[in-house]
Design a protein around this ligand. Structure first.
Ligand SMILES: [Zn+2]
Length: 77
C-alpha cells in the first residue's frame, strides 16, 4: 500500500481514516507514525513509539500505531 493514498482526516486533526480494518495491521508492519502537531506521516516508528521528533515541524509529537490507537487516532470503517 502506498502511504500517499492515506487519508488524514481534517475533521479530527490529526487522525487516520482507515478504508478497511486490516489496514491498521498493515500500517503497523510499515512502522507508520503520525505527527500530532502537523499531521506528517513517518515510516520509521515502532508501534510503541511516542514523543519522537517530527522531521518536518520539529515537535516531539510523533507516535507509533499502538499509541495512536490508544489515543483514538484511527477512524475505523
Ligand atoms: Zn510535525
Amino acid at each position: 500500500m502506498d502511504l500517499a493514498t492515506m487519508k488524514i482526516s481534517e475533521s479530527k486533526p490529526y487522525a487516520v481514516e482507515l478504508e478497511y480494518s486490516d489496514e491498521y495491521l498493515e500500517l503497523e508492519e510499515q512502522h507508520f507514525g503520525l505527527c500530532l502537531a502537523c499531521g506528517e506521516e513517518s515510516t520509521s516508528c515502532e508501534p510503541d513509539a511516542s514523543n519522537y521528533t517530527c522531521e518536518v515541524c520539529g515537535a516531539k509529537k510523533v507516535y507509533g500505531t499502538a499509541n495512536l490507537l490508544m489515543m483514538n487516532r484511527f477512524i475505523f470503517p
